[in-house]
Design a protein. Sequence first.
Length: 158
Amino acid sequence: MMGIDAKARRSGGWRAGEPVRRAKAYATVTAVVAATVLAGAPVATATPLTTTADPSSSIDPILRYGATYALGKLRWHQRSVDVDYSFKASNCRRLYAWGYDANGNEWPPRSTSLHCNDVSTDTINVPVDIAGGPRYVILCFRDENDTYDLVCEGYAHP
């Protein structure tokens, strides 16, 4: 996890594959099938197929801008990522989430509603509807006018 310069994010100066850490996660699901070819021996059965849970990663260290912060968990799926968050807004802020695919293409962002001096807990689903789903997600706080990224943080798929 690493900080993304909000100015570079706004200007398009940040690109996929630059400093965001790439996770080498190769999940495999295997089944072992054994058969005995000896005459008179019983036939072995296949080992049950096991599946792995979708990976998740914590939003930690906390995404912070002054007294505004968010913490929580990212849950990665085949074609989306869920941002489970607890968000404390100081003044008026929104939490935005952008998903990026393996080619570095930005998908439409999702955001919270405007929060002013309160705490909220919820989930934002960020779709990246192509095979392989999201490679990474960027979370940003925006000001009350929804015009500036105040601070951003990038998270790579584990």
